[in-house]
Each structure stands twice: as C-alpha cells, then as structure tokens.
Design a protein around this ligand. Structure first.
Ligand SMILES: *[C@@H]1O[C@H](CO)[C@@H](O)[C@H](O)[C@H]1NC(C)=O
Ligand SMILES: *[C@@H]1O[C@H](CO)[C@@H](O)[C@H](O)[C@H]1NC(C)=O
Ligand SMILES: *[C@@H]1O[C@H](CO)[C@@H](O)[C@H](O)[C@H]1NC(C)=O
Ligand SMILES: *[C@@H]1O[C@H](CO)[C@@H](O)[C@H](O)[C@H]1NC(C)=O
Ligand SMILES: *[C@@H]1O[C@H](CO)[C@@H](O)[C@H](O)[C@H]1NC(C)=O
Ligand SMILES: *[C@@H]1O[C@H](CO)[C@@H](O)[C@H](O)[C@H]1NC(C)=O
Ligand SMILES: [Cu+2]
Length: 566
C-alpha cells in the first residue's frame, strides 16, 4: 500500500504521542544487559552478575493484560537464562526461561528477545535468572497495576515501596555453588540477608546504607515484597506496626492482619502498612524460619528503618520487633493456613471435581559414596533430593524443543502419579534403604483442560524440612495444608473449596503436606520445582507437559525466530 509522506508522518507522531503520554510510567520494551559489576557489602568488594549493573535489578512495570518485550543481551562470561516468575505466559512456554527445560542458555555475547504475556496476574511478581545460582544477584521486581478501567480491591494506597529480600555471600556465588556440588554436603551459609540489596544495621560496614522506608504519618503504603533469597524462608515484621496482607503471588487475597508475615523463596506478598504510630524510627526485621535442627542455616537478622518524615532526631538504639523463633513451625503454618483468596475475582474457577490426582513425595536423599568423590553428607553420603523417589537429571537439550520437534531420548513420560512405595512418610526413624532414590528425567503429560490436584507430601527421609514448591505456567488454588501424612479419608473434608488463595509457590510444611488444584488450560512445558535453591540443585523437580487442545487458541504458539541454540 502507498501512503503519502505526510500521512506517514502523522501516523508516526500519533503513535509517538500515544506511547509517550498515555503510558508515561509504563513501557513495553526493556533492554536487559547481563554484565558484571563491582559491589561492596560487609566490608568487602566483589564482582557480581547483574542486569544493567543494578542490584537488585531493574523494575518491570506493566498493566494487567498487556504484552512486554525484554531484549536480553548476555555480556557476562557465563551461560544464562531469565525467568518471569508468576507470569503464566499463556501458550508461550518459549520465553519462560528455565535452563534446559524450555530453552538452551543464552551464551556469552548472544541475545534473546523474550515476550512477556501478562494475562490475569495483578499485583507483585518478579523476574530472576534460572540457570545455576546466578539468581542470587540477577533478579528484580515486576509490578502489575490494575487495568486502567479497574481498581485495587482495597482503598488506593498513598504510595508503594518495593521490599526485595535477598541473600549475600562475601565469596563469589559461582564458587559457593561449585564447592557445594563437589562436597556432596550442604552449601555454605550466606553471610547476610538483605533488604533491597542492603544487609542493615546489625552487620559490619552496613549501617550508613541501611534501607529506609520514608513515610508520612496518617498515610497508607503498599509494601510489595519479594523473597528472592536462595535458601531461606523468612519471618518479617515491623516494630509497633501491624502488616495487612492483601495479595500474594500476583493475585489479591482477603486482608490478613498479623504482627509478622512468613514468606518463602519464590513468593511475593502485597502488604498494606498504615503509618499510624508516633512519628519516630522503627525497625523492619527479617530472619530465617528453619525447622530442622540438623540443617545449618544463616541465622543473622536483616533490618531496614521505617522513618516518619518530620522526625529528625535519630535514635541511637532501636528495638527489634517481635519475630517468631527460628524453628516455630506453628507460626509459619498458622500464617499460611490463614491466608484466603478473593473468590469474587475468579467466580466458578475453583476446580470442585478433579480428574487427575497426583500425590508426590518430597524427600531429601543420600547416595552412597563412590570412589574419588567427596561425601560430606551424613554418614559419608552425598545428599540429593527427589519427587516420588526420582531425583531429576537435567538434560542437555531442553525438554520443550525435544517435545515440540519430537527429539527422542531427552526425557521420559514416566513421572509416577503416586509414590512407588507407601510407608509412614513422617515417621521419626525410617529404614536407610529408602534413602537412595532413582535418577532420571521423567515428566508428567497432562491432557489439555483436565482438572489436576497435586498433593505434596514431605517425608522425614534424611531430614524433614519445609519445601516451597513452585509451578511455572499456572496460578493454582491452595486448597489444603496439614502436618503428618496426608490421609485421603480424613483430609478431603478439611479442603477449602470456598476461598482458597491463588498462588504460584506453595509452602509445604516440614513432615506435612499441601494440596493444590488447577485446570490444565495452558499448553506447554512447565517446570515444577522446590524454590530452595539447594533442593533444586539436588533434583527436587519435575515437568508437566500440557498437550494442545482443539483449535488455535488451545495450541502452543510457534517458537520465536531467535531461540538460543543448544
Ligand atoms: C547462629 O549460628 C551460630 C553458628 O552456628 C551460633 O554460634 C549462634 O549462636 C547462632 N545465633 C543465634 C542467635 O542462634
Ligand atoms: C526450637 O529450638 C529450641 C532451642 O534450640 C528448642 O528448645 C525447641 O524444642 C525447638 N522447638 C521445636 C518445635 O523444635
Ligand atoms: C507415623 O510416624 C509418626 C511419628 O513417629 C507417628 O506420630 C504417626 O502416628 C505414624 N503414623 C502412622 C500412620 O503410623
Ligand atoms: C527408591 O527407589 C530405590 C531403587 O529402586 C529403592 O531402593 C528405594 O527403596 C526407593 N525409596 C523409596 C522411598 O521409595
Ligand atoms: C547414620 O547412620 C546411623 C547408624 O547406622 C543411623 O542411625 C542414622 O540414621 C544415619 N543417619 C542418616 C541421616 O542417614
Ligand atoms: C553453555 O551452553 C551451551 C549450549 O547449551 C553448552 O553447550 C555449553 O556446555 C554451556 N557451557 C557451560 C559452561 O555450561
Ligand atoms: Cu525443598
């Protein structure tokens, strides 16, 4: 078609006006350059991997339902992939990100343009690297605002404050990972927990940089919290202030007011803070929840300061807020089981009937020592982990391409729907012979549209511990939690099918279970894994492949032209 020059000029300028003025705060194109940068924390300087030199990385702001493009350019020295955590990416697993699951890595010097399809998510999500342990420093927040004709399901807050929790090692994270994998034991503990990249007052050389939340008395703040820590479930609280959770994992919830919250790696929480106290300075603090006495963890405390404007006197000492004790499973369990969804936001979506039941154990395992290996696990073993007694082996060609192009020998379809052996999963003493898992790359294939229930059952093999289980490609309803063994005769009665929260990462309590339900209406290859990085490295993961349905809108989109080659 032929356009007069003037017409083209008008069209281009009109487009420009729309883009610049209508979406002043929001852009739909980002350039992410992965590169090294120098950072100093805890009195020592090191080079870390970042996006655009920032730690935490740049914020992505979107409006519900829009599509955003991120041009990822790897200028680092290592292979990398990026994942958009909590984004369902309808029909588009291609740019979801987990390494060797949906793509091969972006090699140094290469680029990949990733399409982010926002659909029903609203609230706080995040993005992070999804290859080796790079996500320790390669992560950032994603804020999804209500559609312009819509509003928050609570009074509009006066301002929002991102709060990103992380974990910092003084040493190079690559080195921590290599040492961990070679040793066969537990990884080295981090040296600090951070809030927006800062450890806070209680650590050496950190006080002047402690993160400050500046507030005006009488106003309401939306704290957008992300737990980007590698291996720590956290308790969080603020002195003299209550916290009101109004959203989790990119879906709104019924308001839940508590004096502390619990947040697992992978989870996000939208939390209202009412600045309704005496104008003064108050600590926000966070530290680990860790249930097993046998497992070492970083037991330090990170702080930020909530400071009311107009109050200039800086107190020399502040008192720390109440936090549940490190091993207080009841406190964690109570928080999560009190969180309820907003069913009016998704009427008739909760699957009341299920046609695919899956029960999977989550276990820590121990392999016998082989000659030439280091075996720093208990009793000279090497630690691994498993789901339904299969410790996942990551292939070297990604599963999505193997599935799409029918490449044989990359994965099997034999992930079992039930544990291969029934025993008292949570018994205090278990026979050592049960500790050795199988190894393999087994996926579960689901027909398009089936209603799926997954019951995650923690076991006490080697050491009972909590697991935050994350599913890509879906938000699921968390319909039940319990301690001990899941009992299908009793526990169905306690399921919440009225107002379950819609989440993407579920807390499975130590020696307990959690149950989720979702409808498999997103064709693709979707990773399911523990979001504690050490358990993921050990093999606590599998993949759901959802087949195409009928017609175009139930079919996987074609791959983008610039998929990174293997
Ligand atoms: C934290 O762990 C260290 C080393 O394991 C221990 O010495 C210290 O007492 C612990 N601190 C607290 C507050 O539990
Ligand atoms: C938590 O740890 C404390 C101190 O080590 C111990 O006394 C208590 O029994 C533990 N509680 C639980 C529930 O394990
Ligand atoms: C399993 O073991 C736990 C812990 O010892 C015990 O309390 C429970 O009764 C056992 N359950 C069954 C079904 O035997
Ligand atoms: C896992 O499989 C291995 C190999 O078949 C077996 O020896 C072990 O007992 C199984 N453990 C469990 C918990 O099923
Ligand atoms: C280590 O070995 C001892 C003795 O055989 C056994 O009682 C204990 O349960 C083992 N620990 C683990 C974690 O396997
Ligand atoms: C980087 O990725 C390519 C493509 O999958 C692979 O062949 C290579 O071994 C990877 N390099 C490292 C250091 O893992
Ligand atoms: Cu885990």
């Amino acid at each position: 078609m032929w356009f007069p020059k003037k017409m083209i000029f008008l069209l281009v300028s009109w487009w420009f006006i729309c883009v610049v003025f209508v979406h002043s705060n929001i852009q739909n194109h980002y350039d992410f350059v992965v590169r090294e940068a120098q950072y100093t924390r805890l009195c020592s300087t090191k080079s870390i991997l970042t996006v655009n030199g920032e730690f935490p990385g740049p914020t992505i702001r979107a409006e519900m339902g829009e599509t955003v493009y991120v041009n990822v350019h790897n200028k680092g020295r290592y292979n990398i992939t990026l994942h958009w955590h909590g984004l369902k990416q309808p029909r588009n697993p291609w740019t979801d990100g987990p390494e060797y699951i949906t793509q091969c890595p972006i090699k140094p010097g290469e680029k990949f343009r990733q399409k982010l399809i926002f659909s029903t998510e609203e609230g706080t999500l995040w993005w992070h690297a999804h290859s080796d342990w790079s996500r320790a420093t390669v992560h950032g927040i994603i804020i999804v605002y209500p559609h312009k004709n819509s509003d928050y399901p609570f009074p509009t807050p006066d301002a929002e404050i991102p709060i990103i929790f992380g974990e910092w090692w003084k040493d190079d994270v690559k080195k921590v990972l290599t040492e961990f994998i070679e040793s066969g034991g537990s990884p080295r503990n981090s040296d600090a927990i951070t809030i927006n990249g800062q450890p806070g007052d209680l650590y050496p050389c950190s006080k002047s940089e402690t993160f400050k939340l500046n507030v005006d008395q009488g106003k309401t703040y939306l704290l957008r919290m992300v737990n980007a820590a590698m291996n720590l479930i956290l308790f969080v609280s603020i002195s003299n202030h209550e916290l009101t959770v109004v959203g989790a994992d990119g879906s709104y919830t019924k308001p839940l007011t508590r004096d502390y919250i619990t947040i697992t790696p992978g989870q996000t929480m939208d939390v209202l803070l009412y600045a309704n106290q005496e104008p003064y300075h108050y600590y926000m603090a966070a530290r680990a929840y860790s249930s097993s006495a046998a497992i070492p963890f970083d037991n330090t405390t990170t702080t930020a300061i909530l400071q009311y404007r107009g109050y200039y006197y800086y107190p020399s000492t502040l008192s720390l807020p109440y936090l549940p004790y490190y091993n207080d499973t009841q406190a964690a369990f109570n928080f999560f089981s009190s969180l309820k969804g907003l069913p009016e936001k998704y009427p008739h979506k909760i699957p009341l009937q299920v046609n695919t039941h899956i029960l999977t154990t989550l276990s820590i395992n121990a392999l016998p020592c082989q000659r030439g290996q280091l075996c720093e696990g208990p009793n000279d073993t090497r630690l691994v982990s498993s789901m339904n007694n299969i410790s996942f082996e990551t292939p070297s060609i990604d599963i999505l391409e193997a599935y799409y192009y029918h490449i044989k020998g990359v994965f099997g379809r034999g992930f079992p729907r039930f544990p291969p052996l029934l025993f008292n999963f949570t018994a205090e003493y278990l026979p050592l012979v049960l500790e050795i898992p199988k190894r393999g790359t087994e996926v579960k294939v689901l027909k398009y549209g089936v209603s799926v229930e997954v019951v995650f059952q923690g076991t006490n093999l080697v050491a009972g511990i909590d697991h935050p289980m994350h599913l890509h490609g879906f938000s699921f309803f968390v319909v039940g939690y319990g301690l001990g063994n899941f009992n299908k005769h009793l526990d169905y009665k306690s399921f919440n099918l009225v107002d379950p929260p819609l989440m993407n990462t579920v807390f499975v309590p130590t020696n307990g279970w959690a149950a989720i339900r979702f409808k498999a209406t997103n064709p693709g290859v979707w990773f399911l894994h523990c979001h504690l990085e050490r358990h993921l490295s050990w093999g606590m993961e599998t993949v759901f492949i959802v087949k195409n349905g009928e017609g175009l809108y139930e079919t996987i989109l074609p791959p983008p032209p610039d998929m990174p080659p293997c």
